[in-house]
Design a protein around this ligand. Structure first.
Ligand SMILES: C[S@@+](CC[C@H](N)C(=O)[O-])C[C@H]1O[C@@H](n2cnc3c(N)ncnc32)[C@H](O)[C@@H]1O
Length: 349
């Protein structure tokens, strides 16, 4: 059954959405009576208003987003978290993704695809590494793409159905995005379709140590302290080892596949890493369902367990997994026609 707090939130969301001009002081008072702080009311209002904005933008452009699909939910969540993602996750992820660059033929590339580009953290780096190239940022989240720095080409598309001609890119980079796919094999096959023969793909994703450790602790304590459950929109274990990633790349038809694992130094600040993790996505939403003492107890328990986990850091960590592969030069019978009906295609700029 819905708590009175949730009923109040739903009533407020409904009114902000359907009849915003009718909102009056009493509506705010009703939220306060339901134990929402002024800060929480401002946050709730921002999130509800953002959903309305994003839906109107998409509807106004005639773009149909399948809200019930994994991609629709990923797109909405990232749109809401875009600013926090750029500020908190950007500095953590960018250095990890850059490790891939030495293994990709960027210097000779003519067109580079940054698939699942998010807010475009890698675009400047790609431009520097691939001086001859035009880099295109593609993401399903309009909110993320809006924060891509001006001057870069960007488009809203589903990575599984790119509205892009076959054989049109030299290099595709998939940095920390493949785990969101409900069908990573089909996403990689689509990447192979849009790569020129001999083109290269590079993937970097979470390995089995760092994020699994943090996520397990955070999820456990949220459960113990009664946080509401929301769906996780990532499945790291499909490619959290070099062997699994190599198998996925090979099964998608890539050749010359190479994959490996690396450690990273975020273990020295597991608390900061976990705070960033809890500031976006499912953990932010779940933590937001706790208030007062349960919330403080939950956060304390998480940090206590993180300290213990930090002390038990594996001697050799597989924190991230990287992989590269090449699109076959001769595609023979495997060649597929160009995609004709992209699921979602909305050039933004
Ligand atoms: C963790 S972020 C990584 C962003 C960026 N690559 C980086 O390293 O900063 C994952 C991104 O993948 C995007 N994404 C997830 N599934 C997608 C899909 N099916 N099609 C396009 N983008 C997708 C999300 O919207 C999000 O911006």
């Amino acid at each position: 059954m819905m708590s009175s707090r949730y009923r109040a939130l739903c009533r407020y969301a409904r009114k902000v959405t359907l009849s915003p001009s009718d909102i009056e002081e009493q509506d705010i008072e009703d939220m306060r009576d339901a134990n929402f702080s002024d800060r929480e009311i401002v946050d709730a209002n921002g999130i509800i208003a953002y959903y309305n904005y994003a839906n109107r933008v998409a509807s106004g452009l005639g773009v149909g987003v399948a809200q019930d699909s994994r991609m629709g939910r990923v797109a909405s969540r990232y749109s809401i978290d875009a600013g926090r993602y750029r500020d908190l996750w950007g500095p953590l992820l960018r250095p990890l993704s850059l490790r891939l660059f030495d293994f990709l033929p960027l210097a000779q590339a003519g067109r580079v695809l940054d698939l699942g580009s998010g807010v475009g953290l890698l675009l400047e780096d790609l431009d520097r590494a691939a001086t001859l190239s035009a880099t295109v940022a593609v993401d399903c989240s309009v909110g993320m793409l809006e924060l891509v720095p001006r001057g870069h080409q960007r488009a809203a598309m589903d990575a599984h159905k790119l509205g892009v001609a076959a054989e049109s890119f030299d290099v595709a980079v998939l940095a920390f995005m493949l785990f969101h796919s409900a069908d990573a094999g089909s996403c990689l096959r689509e990447v192979r379709r849009v790569l020129k023969p001999g083109g290269s793909v590079g993937v970097v994703t979470w390995g089995k140590d760092l994020i699994a450790t943090v996520d397990e602790i955070v999820a456990d304590e949220l459960d113990v302290h009664g946080a509401l459950r929301v769906s996780a929109l990532g499945s790291y274990d499909i490619h959290d080892t070099p062997d699994k990633l190599a198998e996925l790349l090979g099964a998608a038809g890539f050749t010359a596949v190479r994959s490996w694992a690396e450690g990273c130094d975020y273990w020295s600040d597991l608390h900061g890493f976990a705070d960033a993790r809890m500031s976006v996505g499912q953990f932010r939403i779940r933590l937001g369902t706790l208030t007062g003492q349960p919330r403080s107890l939950c956060i304390d328990a998480i940090h206590r367990r993180l300290s213990e986990a930090g002390a038990r850091r594996p001697a050799i960590c597989s924190d991230i997994v990287l992989g590269v592969g090449a699109s076959p030069v001769s595609r023979g019978l495997h060649r597929r026609p160009a995609q004709s009906s992209p699921h979602l295609t909305a050039p933004i700029g």
